[in-house]
Ligand binder design. Sequence first.
Ligand SMILES: Cc1cc2nc3c(=O)[nH]c(=O)nc-3n(C[C@H](O)[C@H](O)[C@H](O)COP(=O)(O)OP(=O)(O)OC[C@H]3O[C@@H](n4cnc5c(N)ncnc54)[C@H](O)[C@@H]3O)c2cc1C
Length: 244
Amino acid sequence: MVMGMKVELLRYTADPERLIAAAAKSCASKRTTTELLERLSDEKVSEIVRDVVDMGHLSVIEHAYFTFSIDGISRVTTHQLVRHRIASYSQQSQRYVTLDEENFVIPPTIEKKEKAKNLYLEFVRKAKEAYEKLLEMGIPPEDARYVVPQGITTHITVTMNARELLHFFRLRCCYKSQWEIRKLAWKMLKIVREIAPVLFHNAGPSCLSNGRCPEKKFPCPVKKLLERGKKSREEIEDFLENTP
Ligand SMILES: Cc1cc2nc3c(=O)[nH]c(=O)nc-3n(C[C@H](O)[C@H](O)[C@H](O)COP(=O)(O)OP(=O)(O)OC[C@H]3O[C@@H](n4cnc5c(N)ncnc54)[C@H](O)[C@@H]3O)c2cc1C
């Protein structure tokens, strides 16, 4: 039984939109950010945050940080995740893994073909055997792990600021990104939207946030969905989160 992906927001900058608005306003004000934090109305906070995001004055949104705990994703996906450099990561060491079947992500394309799934699981069992034999031979875990397949699950703690999150969502919520990191990105986006709805209101792939697709030559079902105009944004977001 595969556990599945688990994404939790551990900590975040308190009142992120108010902080961003106060910092932005302070640039053209005699008042300090401390004073503005107290004085700005909720409406003004929303207006300023909307403006800085729309205008692309994004350095002020770097003041807001979000830390996630992510569990049950493959090493394939964490390798893609850690390519995003404006972030901090703490990942489980592979010296402490258990190579049981339930600790492997089975891609949906493999899951739905019995023969492919059997082949995949057989390979996992062989890798486990080889790993255990190497340990028995006195090979240290950091060397024995070279036989571990990339589908093994891992856990990782990730901290990104809001600017990096917007960038990450633009790339990784897109249909062109692989299903697992795309699912992860949508889960993260849906969580931070609850905390900072104005800041992340329009976050997501370019096609949804600004109506432009930078991947013009890539065949994408979302293009067709948008052209037909029959699906709501929410339905398209669910499609992107859940379609392998
Ligand atoms: C669909 C898809 C397919 C991909 N396929 C491949 C692949 O086949 N091979 C591969 O190697 N990678 C691939 N990648 C990874 C991709 O090339 C990037 O490494 C990854 O998406 C991180 O993006 P980034 O560098 O823009 O962002 P981040 O590292 O998150 O950085 C954010 C932004 O900060 C700025 N920045 C960060 N570091 C620097 C720097 N050193 N100098 C200047 N500016 C900087 C840039 O503006 C950058 O966009 C793929 C990504 C996607 C989304």
